[in-house]
Design a protein around this ligand. Structure first.
Ligand code: SAM
Length: 281
């Protein structure tokens, strides 16, 4: 039984980190005309009204998208500027932050005629809400397991593939399941771009994912982490957000470093950004 609902966390610092990275990757991919298949293995609802009861309960967006939206001046960083302009399009009134868009929105928004998008969601209620979203006609929503669904779609029918894997990690075994699925994906699509989100928690379970990927022999893995608090400063709860990008577009690391340098001070006095090559080329 799935209990996680992303509405409780919508727009938090991890979403900002994840969706800025996703936005930057898509922006690079769109520079070529060749068709892309996007697969979002854990889609969620797609769009989150910030006044929803669940979101108001924890108010996590106050330490995420909110301070960025509130920062009045135009960002000097071009990627952040473009991302904020896109975020504005998800609002009912351009002057007020009313909604936070999830990965299906970010992916669907930039979809071209030649591209396709598959969105997997296993929670019946979340899937129903996703179905109610207005998305591109090339976006297909599937009620089912995302990792199995991804495997079944390989090799992709388009020349290029981009996958987002963003589980809730409710089960510890998911870290290993993700690593195994990614190894299979890269066997079938050697040049596929794969983005994997993971939480930084005091229990350190993400190390299992990282070491399994390293042991699998996959090359070209870039790691990017946004820490809201220092590790060890709290006994419970997520202190940071991690992203791995396998086969990242050239220049992504430097571009995101510039964006993160602009946003980290806005996220709080203890926030910090770090990135490196987990596995080189
Ligand atoms: N990717 C979304 C975004 O960025 O807006 C957020 C996804 S949320 C962290 C994880 C989602 O995965 C939840 O909606 C949950 O119901 C769904 N989920 C959990 N297990 C799943 C599975 N095996 N296959 C597909 N979806 C799953």
């Amino acid at each position: 039984m799935l209990s996680y609902q992303h509405a409780y966390h919508a727009g938090n610092f991890a979403d900002v980190h994840k969706h800025l990275t996703l936005y930057a990757v898509i922006d690079y991919l769109l520079r070529k005309k060749t068709a892309i298949t996007y697969i979002d293995t854990h889609a969620g609802r797609g769009l989150y009204p910030l006044n929803a009861q669940e979101t108001q309960r924890l108010l996590e967006y106050r330490e995420g998208v909110w301070p960025l939206w509130q920062a009045g001046s135009t960002p000097s960083d071009p990627l952040l500027n473009a991302w904020k302009a896109a975020l504005t399009k998800a609002q009912t009134d351009a002057a007020i932050l009313t909604h936070y868009p999830g990965s299906p929105w970010w992916l669907s928004h930039t979809l071209r005629e030649q591209d396709q998008l598959r969105l997997f969601e296993l929670h019946p209620g979340e899937h129903e809400q996703l179905n109610a979203q207005a998305l591109s006609p090339n976006a297909r929503r599937v009620f089912g397991d995302g990792l199995a669904g991804l495997k079944a779609m390989l090799p992709a029918v388009t020349p290029r593939l981009c996958v987002l894997i963003d589980p809730s990690y409710e089960r510890k075994a998911e870290y290993q399941d993700v690593a195994d699925t990614v190894a299979y994906t890269l066997e079938k699509a050697r040049h596929g771009v794969v983005l994997i989100w993971y939480p930084l928690l005091p229990a350190g379970n993400h190390h299992r994912l990282l070491s399994s990927l390293k042991a699998s022999g996959i090359r070209n893995i870039w790691r990017s982490e946004l820490l809201l608090h220092e590790p060890g400063s709290q006994a419970h709860g997520m202190y940071g957000s991690g992203m791995l990008v396998i086969n990242p577009p050239w220049g992504l690391d430097k571009r995101l470093a510039a964006t993160m340098a602009e946003i980290t001070p806005q996220l709080g006095a203890t926030s910090r950004y770090q990135a490196d090559w987990w596995v080189g080329e």
